[in-house]
Design a binder for this molecule. Structure first.
Ligand SMILES: *Cc1c(COP(=O)(O)O)cnc(C)c1O
Length: 348
């Protein structure tokens, strides 16, 4: 965005304070929370680490509901910080089944928190966070419910306060039409209480320091000023389009990409009900080399798609439909996918 080339301003001065105030209040609207939304210079993984270090103490027991690579990463960070982690895992491509989660929660020892992913970007699956949060809350009224919404917040409905979620975080480069570099995180009253006694070491990601500075519309450290220019403009655009209209546009995009893939004779990794509206994972057909397909698309069509991560490497390719995109872009992308697959011998 051209706005990023605007002259640098003093991040302790009144112009930046006005931007930070506007951005923060608008983020609260998109997070659907009355809690302050803290911003840190970081990527999405920073959000995962920030949530863990601010809530827990060494040895705390947490339950990790994981349906893919990003859920695994969050569990790994918890383990790295000395938490005791019980995993409830589902096969990659499936959403967390609420009945299974409920049954497993009855079996596990008392737990302090539950970690889960809203939209698992590695598999193109969206969890039913509303149902999951409700059943966790029924089982444990004091559980700290942490939701990684890096690739969904703003684009797929998530109501932090109404669903009684304790921590939600996201990253500027996913649904926010902004380059990477701003991580945004909000905490419930329950989470702020937990923060007072949480003993894990933290400095850069400390919520209390960030909140204190936010009272005067500043950050404890130097913020990425040019990214804030961009995020400010992006939020303005999102508000102009309307929060619900923005959700609907992503839903249409998801439906369009899924229907095009099916019409070509391709199979989707996710089942219909929980397929993501920000990223679609498509199984690479038998006999086609995923790397060769992605290379052709990138070099000959300037269409950049992602492959699979970890155990899905070589097995799927993923079409993103979040942030800046138009319906025409998606049509072009799917046209090129179809043409290149046929060139590679796919009969469909
Ligand atoms: C992208 C992503 C992350 C990690 O974000 P980085 O910006 O790459 O650190 C974490 N969780 C989810 C669900 C993501 O999509």
């Amino acid at each position: 965005m051209a706005i990023q080339d605007s002259p640098m301003i003093n991040h302790r001065g009144p112009e930046f304070a006005a931007i930070l105030k506007r951005v923060t209040l608008r983020l609260q609207y998109f997070f659907q929370t009355a809690s302050p939304v803290l911003t840190f210079p970081a990527s999405g993984t920073g959000g995962q680490e920030c949530a863990i270090v601010n809530l827990f103490s060494p040895g705390d027991h947490v339950v990790s509901i994981t349906i893919g690579s990003f859920g695994d990463r969050l569990a790994k960070i918890a383990t790295t910080y000395g938490l005791q982690v019980t995993r409830i895992e589902f096969p990659w491509g499936q959403a967390a089944d609420p009945a299974t989660v409920e049954a497993r929660l009855q079996e596990v020892a008392p737990y302090r928190g539950v970690l889960l992913t809203h939209n698992e970007t590695s598999t193109g699956v969206t969890n039913d966070v509303q149902a999951l949060a409700a059943l966790i809350r029924r089982h444990n009224a004091n559980a700290l419910i942490v939701v990684d919404a890096v690739s969904s917040l703003g684009s797929i409905p998530l109501e932090m306060d109404l669903w009684d979620i304790d921590v939600v975080f996201t990253g500027s480069q996913k649904g926010w039409m902004t380059p990477p570099g701003i991580m945004m995180i909000a905490a419930s009253q329950r989470a702020w209480e937990a923060n007072k006694t949480a003993k894990l070491p933290r400095f850069y990601f400390d919520w209390a320091s960030a909140r204190k500075k936010l009272e005067v519309w500043q950050h404890p450290t130097t913020p990425p000023v040019s990214l804030f220019y961009a995020l400010d403009v992006a939020l303005e655009m999102m508000l102009a389009e309307g929060r619900e209209a923005f959700f609907e546009r992503h839903q249409r995009a998801g439906e369009y990409v899924r229907s095009r893939a099916k019409a070509m004779g391709l199979q989707l990794l996710a089942n219909h009900e929980r397929a993501s509206n920000t990223v679609t994972a498509i199984l690479t057909p038998e006999g086609i080399d995923t790397k060769a397909l992605l290379k052709k698309l990138r070099e000959q069509d300037s269409v950049v798609l992602a492959g699979g991560q970890d155990r899905l490497e070589g097995k799927i390719f993923r079409v993103g439909h979040l942030g800046f995109f138009s319906e025409a872009d998606l049509a072009h992308t799917m046209d090129r996918v179809e043409a290149r697959l046929h060139e590679l011998g796919f009969k469909g």
